[in-house]
Design a protein around this ligand. Structure first.
Ligand code: KIV
Ligand code: NA
Length: 272
C-alpha cells in the first residue's frame, strides 16, 4: 500500500503546520500512530529499545527490514521513513543506493534516513536523483558515538557553524527534511531559519518545523535511561510490570484462571 502523505507533502509543510512524528518498530504501534503522525520512523534505535544493544552500531539491514515491513503493515496514511543502519551507506553512493533500494523494496518505506552532513551530501544527491527521498540527520548522530566520544550536546558555541554547514549541505543536496538531534535551541532556530527544508527536532527546539521522539521513551516503556529531551506522556513500563507481578501472584495463589477463563465439558445442552 502507498501512504497518503509523501515526501513532497512533508517538505511543503515547512512554515505551515508543525510536522508530527514518532518512531515505531511494530504493526500495532504503527496502527496507533497512523492517524496522528505525519511520518513514522523505523529508527535504528530499535537495536537499543527492543534488542538490548548498547548502541545502534550493531543494527543490521535484516533487523531494519523485519521491523520496517511490520510497521508498513500498520500504516495507510502516515509516511514511512526507515533508517539506514551503520555501515550500509557510508562507503560510497553506489553502496548507499543498493541498500536504500533494498530497504524500500523489502519494507515498502517511502524514504530513507541517514546520518551525516557535508560528508554525506554527494550520497544524498545521488540517491535523490535516482528516486529515493532522503531525510538527513545532523547534530548528535548516534552511529558516530565512537568518534563523538559520548551522547553529548553537539554544536555549542563555535562548533555550531559546522552543524549549520552540514544542514545547509544536505538541504542543497536535495534532502526533503533534516533531523536535528541534541543541539542548542538557538542553533536549531538558526538552522530552521536558514534552510529551505523542514527541520525535525529531537532535543532541539520547539521552533523546529517538526518533532520526533522514540515512542518507547515517550510512553515510559523504555526506562533504562531517560535523556533530558524526552518527555514521558505515559507510564506503560510501570503499568506493565505491575500487571506482570499481579499475574505471577494470582498464578501462585491459584486465583488465575478463574471460572470465566476455563471451559466446561459441554458447550451445548445435552439432547434428550
Ligand atoms: O533511530 C531513531 O530513533 C532516530 C530518531 C530518534 C531521530 O534516529
Ligand atoms: Na536513528
Amino acid at each position: 500500500q502507498t501512504s497518503v502523505i509523501t515526501a513532497s507533502d512533508i517538505l511543503a509543510q515547512k512554515g505551515k503546520a508543525p510536522i508530527v512524528s514518532l518512531t515505531a518498530y511494530t504493526t500495532p504501534m504503527a496502527q496507533m500512530m497512523d492517524q496522528h503522525c505525519d511520518f513514522v520512523l523505523v529508527g535504528d534505535s530499535v537495536g537499543m529499545v527492543l534488542h538490548g544493544l548498547s548502541s545502534t552500531l550493531g543494527v543490521t539491514m535484516e533487523m531494519m527490514i523485519l521491523h520496517g515491513a511490520a510497521v508498513a503493515r500498520g500504516l495507510s496514511r502516515a509516511m514511512l521513513v526507515i533508517d539506514m543502519p551503520f555501515g550500509s551507506y557510508e562507503e560510497s553512493p553506489d553502496q548507499a543506493f543498493r541498500n536504500a533500494a533494498r530497504l524500500m523494496r523489502e519494507t515498502n518505506a517511502a524514504a530513507v534516513k541517514l546520518e551525516g552532513g557535508v560528508e554525506m551530501a554527494a550520497t544524498i544527491r545521488f540517491l535523490v536523483a535516482r528516486g529515493i527521498p532522503v531525510m538527513a540527520h545532523v547534530g548528535l548522530t548516534p552511529q558516530s558515538i565512537n568518534t563523538l566520544g559520548g551522547y553529548k550536546v553537539q554544536g555549542r558555541d563555535a562548533a555550531g557553524a559546522a552543524v549549520l554547514a552540514g544542514a545547509q549541505a544536505v538541504a542543497e543536496a536535495g534532502a526533503f527534511a533534516v533531523v536535528l538531534e541534541k543541539v542548542p535551541q538557538s542553533l536549531a532556530d538558526e538552522i530552521t531559519a536558514a534552510v529551505a527544508i523542514p527541520t525535525i527536532g529531537i532535543g532541539a527546539s520547539a521552533g523546529c518545523d517538526g518533532q520526533v521522539l522514540v515512542v518507547d521513551d515517550m510512553l515510559g516503556l523504555f526506562t533504562a535511561f531517560k535523556p533530558k529531551f524526552v518527555k514521558r506522556y505515559g507510564t506503560l513500563g510501570v503499568d506493565a510490570e505491575a500487571a506482570i507481578a499481579a499475574y505471577a501472584a494470582e498464578v501462585r495463589a491459584r486465583a488465575f484462571p478463574a471460572a470465566e477463563h476455563v471451559f466446561a465439558d459441554q458447550t451445548t445442552p445435552a439432547k434428550g
